[in-house]
Design a protein around this ligand. Structure first.
Ligand SMILES: *[C@@H]1O[C@H](CO)[C@@H](O)[C@H](O)[C@H]1NC(C)=O
Ligand SMILES: *[C@@H]1O[C@H](CO)[C@@H](O)[C@H](O)[C@H]1NC(C)=O
Length: 241
């Protein structure tokens, strides 16, 4: 059961792992008694509830909009988050947040028929519900490594990489930031690649794995660095007017 809870705080956990520090903690979790839709509704009224469902039904996978009614079996093999509930033309539904990206369903969400008379619910949504509990405070924020310094006057946010966007006479006159640690700065002066996809394919705007592995991901756009003094970029803008 804990895995379902974990599944939905996954994004936070990843972030925590990435930063190697604890930002948010939970103290435990509680289960909603299975197939008791009235109790599930009470729980949802308090906070988002993690539920096990059957996510392998074709109708579920191809869902695009409206109130989902199945067909869908009740063999639980997926977990989603109920974030609310509603009614439309006398038909009750759960507001369900899936983890399949914004292109699935209604920008990543589904309305699933509620109050159907079946105790297990559509796709078994009433069968295994749980939510994290929290009473103790989060750990105090530990001072991070702080911003990444590019030069005496220029820096990038913590955890990002400085990239030089304009070099002349051996000096970097304009810095940009790649929002990744240990990133590779690409020679187009505009993009960067994560260190585990270190080869810039600037023509296609992609980052390659290399070493005979042809998998690639989309290149990342750099952002302007912070400067304590009027930056060259600013100066150029002034001259431009
Ligand atoms: C990137 O900047 C360097 C010098 O700062 C320049 O030599 C190079 O041509 C630039 N590349 C592109 C694609 O603009
Ligand atoms: C290529 O790298 C990806 C990501 O690390 C990995 O999942 C995949 O198995 C690799 N493919 C080969 C052929 O090594």
């Amino acid at each position: 059961m804990f895995r379902h809870v974990m599944c939905h705080i996954h994004a936070i956990c990843l972030l925590v792992l990435q930063l190697k520090k604890h930002v948010v903690t939970i103290d435990g979790y509680k289960e909603v008694p299975p197939s008791k839709e009235d109790l599930l509704l009470q729980a949802v009224a308090q906070q988002p509830i993690s539920v096990g469902i059957c996510g392998s039904a074709r109708a579920f996978q191809l869902y695009s909009q409206g109130i989902f009614d199945g067909p869908c079996p009740t063999s639980l093999d997926h977990a989603v988050l109920i974030v609310g509930y509603g009614s439309e033309n006398g038909k009750d539904y759960w507001i369900v947040k899936n983890s399949w990206g914004e292109r699935w369903g209604m920008k990543g969400y589904m309305h699933m028929h509620r109050n159907t008379g079946s105790s297990s619910g559509i796709c078994g949504i009433n069968m295994m519900a749980s939510f994290p509990t929290k009473t103790s405070p989060n750990p105090p924020p530990s001072p991070g490594p702080g911003p990444t310094k590019c030069s005496a006057f220029t820096s990038c946010p913590e955890g990002s990489t400085c990239c030089c966007s304009w070099r002349a006479l051996g000096f970097c006159l304009s810095w940009s930031c790649c929002e990744l640690d240990n990133a590779v700065c690409c020679s187009d002066n505009r993009s960067c690649c994560p260190h585990d996809y270190p080869i810039c394919d600037t023509a296609r705007g992609r980052c390659l794995k290399g070493n005979g592995n042809f998998s690639s991901i989309e290149g990342i756009k750099r952002k302007q660095a912070f400067s304590k003094v009027p930056s060259w970029n600013g100066l150029l803008e002034l001259l431009d007017q």
